[in-house]
Ligand binder design. Structure first.
Ligand SMILES: [Fe+2]
Ligand SMILES: [Fe+2]
Length: 675
């Protein structure tokens, strides 16, 4: 409401409007005028009106109709309406009330009544306006709250829908994960991080370990890993729980039946029932690991064979060879004890250790294994040596004493033994025995390769022994040859001495000539074999003189031509004596030519230059030098200088120049003297 209430006066009589205006304006009211019903309705829509004074009887639309129209218009229906009329019949009043008026004023209008009624209705309007505003506020609040409620409901519905979708997604996801868990080829095991007990296991893991899921739920980490590996397994498990690593490779796991499988375990962590858990994904790598081990063993065996074979090729001594082989097998094969025993030749039931390789010193040479000893420890060896077949024990119980080795070996946990036969001359002569610290060490491939190795060793021993036999045979031949040579030299010497016994003046002549001739040949660089030939020829060169009468040989005066002619046959006589002896050299020819001269003036054939053999030229020089420097029945000794002078004077004419130079050098530079 404005500060001054606005009153619409509707009357077709202008003087009536003026009268009312005259009453009201002084009282502080503002006046809006309308001359009929239609104008009144127009003014109402364009102005803020607080009260209507409405004439009833008007041309066109009367006051009742205007009242009805106002009451039908929501915007203005609460506007106070006072009908001003001269009609005061009860029927008219009822009509006015039915139309919706608030009060009546009779004309002529009493000013006081007019003002009281106006004030009264304006109060009611003010109250109505207040109520209307309050209602509007209330309605607005209700609308707002309704909207809020509506939004809340909508949100709730949306949330419900979302929740439903999430639930469906979760159900879907759980179903998918459950399916993955169930059909996974990898084993999946959920373990409580702190207690290390198991909560869930998938079918693959149950198959892997041979337990049902219910059984696994009663177990913990310590139940599915070998005791000796547990510290490492727990360390890996805890590192995975801390998130330091995801993969624990090569973990040994115990099946329900006690066998071992190997797995790579990938782990992630998860909270289940408010407990931290390790989810382990087990991939069975047993086959891969076995294959790797198989390859590794194969390589190891091939390396052993290769190294042993290169030893066999170089071997010169049986004992060294067998010890080297043991060392190679032990080192390359990583076996704790390897040894070779050979049967005693004299005692066929005694095995003598001949080679040993072990982690500690052992005086194996003093050992002697009696195969007839009923002690079960020798059973393997007895079997190998009697059958010629290899024997293997792959699962020796812990603490079983090995049949051979240092005293402490009895306490070692040897779990496998392989004993391989060794052969010589198609007989089993011994065994190569290998100890392993683990069970099931020797698989078929390794046994096959080690059996080949044993054959190679047998061959090596045979080759060495055959080689030794040959060497011994050769040595015997050499001894025999030396004996024959000695016998020959003795025979030659005996012949020499015999021939010289008839001629005391020339006694020792042949030995001294031989001495000088050999020295010249050596100085000239002749091979040993030719020097030996010269030695024999020298010792026998004058043997033909046994056919000459002793008187001629020992005649103190000059020989007659006939006597000299007799002397000159001695080379031919010697040749005839010697030629039937089967010397390795043409000794008879050397002797036949020992008086020939380069210029053809010699005898018996008058050979010249290269027709004369070198051995004979050497004998010729040595013969004349010795003869001239020695005493003869028909003259005194001429001395070595005269002899060498004659040599030099006739060098290249009678005598070979190279032989003469060597001879002169021997006496003058090398201090040669006749013995
Ligand atoms: Fe002679
Ligand atoms: Fe002679």
């Amino acid at each position: 409401m404005k500060a001054n209430p606005v009153i619409l006066i509707v009357d077709d009589q202008l003087q009536n409007i003026d009268l009312l205006e005259a009453y009201l304006v002084p009282q502080g009211y503002e006046i809006v005028k309308a001359a009929n019903g239609e104008e009144a309705l127009e003014k109402l829509s364009g102005n803020q009106i607080d009260l209507i004074l409405l004439d009833v009887i008007m041309p066109g639309m009367d006051g009742f109709e205007v009242t009805r129209r106002i009451r039908q218009d929501d915007k203005i229906r609460l506007l106070p309406i006072i009908l001003v009329t001269i009609l005061w019949e009860t029927e008219d009043r009822i009509k006015g009330i039915e139309a919706g008026c608030d009060d009546f004023l009779s004309t002529p209008v009493d000013k006081t009544e007019l003002l009281v009624r106006i004030r009264s209705l304006l109060k009611v309007k003010a109250y109505n306006d207040l109520m209307s505003n309050y209602r509007k506020e209330l309605e607005s609040e209700v609308t707002r709250r309704s909207d809020e409620l509506k939004h809340a409901v909508e949100n709730l519905q949306q949330e419900n829908a979302e929740h439903k979708r999430t639930e469906e997604a979760l159900r879907d996801s759980e179903a998918r994960y459950r399916a993955l868990f169930e059909i996974s080829a990898d084993g999946i095991l959920l373990a409580d991080t702190e207690t290390k007990t198991f909560k869930y296991a998938n079918p693959a893991l149950c198959r892997m370990l041979g337990y049902t899921e219910e059984e696994l739920k009663t177990l913990s980490l310590a139940d599915i890993h070998p005791k000796e590996d547990l510290p490492r397994v727990i360390a890996e498990f805890e590192a995975q729980a801390r998130g330091e690593k995801t993969l624990a490779p090569d973990i040994p796991c115990l099946r329900k039946d006690g066998t071992v499988l190997y797995a790579d375990i990938n782990t992630t962590t998860l909270t289940v029932d408010n407990r931290p858990c390790n989810v382990g994904f087990f991939r069975d790598i047993t086959d891969r690991k076995r294959n790797e081990e198989r390859l590794q063993k194969l390589n190891r065996s091939l390396k052993i064979i290769s190294e042993c074979n290169s030893c066999l090729v170089r071997a010169t001594d049986e004992k060294d060879l067998l010890n080297d082989v043991c060392q190679i097998i032990r080192k390359t094969g990583e076996y704790p004890i390897v040894w070779i025993g050979l049967l005693e030749i004299a005692e066929k039931d005694v095995l003598r250790p001949v080679a040993y390789a072990g982690s500690e010193f052992f005086d194996y040479a003093s050992e002697k294994i009696d195969l007839t000893d009923p002690n079960g420890r020798n059973k393997i060896l007895r079997s190998v040596l009697s059958s010629g077949q290899f024997q293997v024990c792959q699962k020796l119980p812990d603490g079983r004493q090995p049949c051979f080795g240092p005293p402490s070996a009895a306490n070692q946990p040897y779990r496998s033994i392989l004993s391989l036969p060794l052969f010589f001359d198609n007989r089993t002569m011994g065994a190569l025995t290998i100890y392993s610290a683990s069970a099931d060490t020797f698989d078929d491939e390794e046994k096959k390769l080690l059996l080949e190795l044993a054959d190679d060793i047998s061959y090596g021993i045979s080759a060495l022994r055959t080689g030794v036999k040959h060497q011994r045979a050769e040595e015997q031949v050499m001894i025999n040859l030396t004996k024959i040579e000695n016998a020959l030299e003795g025979t030659v010497m005996a012949l020499t001495v015999t021939s010289e016994m008839r001629d005391p003046y020339t006694a020792g002549h042949q030995r001294r000539v031989t001495h000088l001739a050999c020295a010249i040949a050596q100085d000239m660089g002749l091979p040993k074999d030719r020097i030996n030939a010269i030695r024999v020829a020298g010792l026998l060169h004058d043997i033909g003189k046994i056919t000459i009468p002793a008187e001629i040989l020992t005649k103190p005066s000059k020989l007659t031509d006939v006597e000299f002619a007799m002397i000159k046959i001695h080379p031919k006589a010697a040749h005839d004596i010697i030629k039937s002896v089967d010397f390795p050299w043409p000794v008879a020819k050397y002797i036949l030519q020992h008086h020939e001269k380069l210029n053809g003036s010699g005898y018996p054939s008058g050979l010249k230059g290269d027709e004369i053999l070198m051995e004979s030229r050497i004998l010729c020089v040595a013969d004349i030098v010795e003869a001239m420097s020695s005493h003869r029945p028909y003259r005194p000794a001429l001395g070595i200088d005269a002899a060498l002078g004659d040599m030099l004077a006739n060098k290249g004419v009678l005598y070979d120049p190279v032989v003469v130079d060597s001879c002169v050098k021997l006496f003058r530079e090398k201090g040669f003297k006749f013995e």
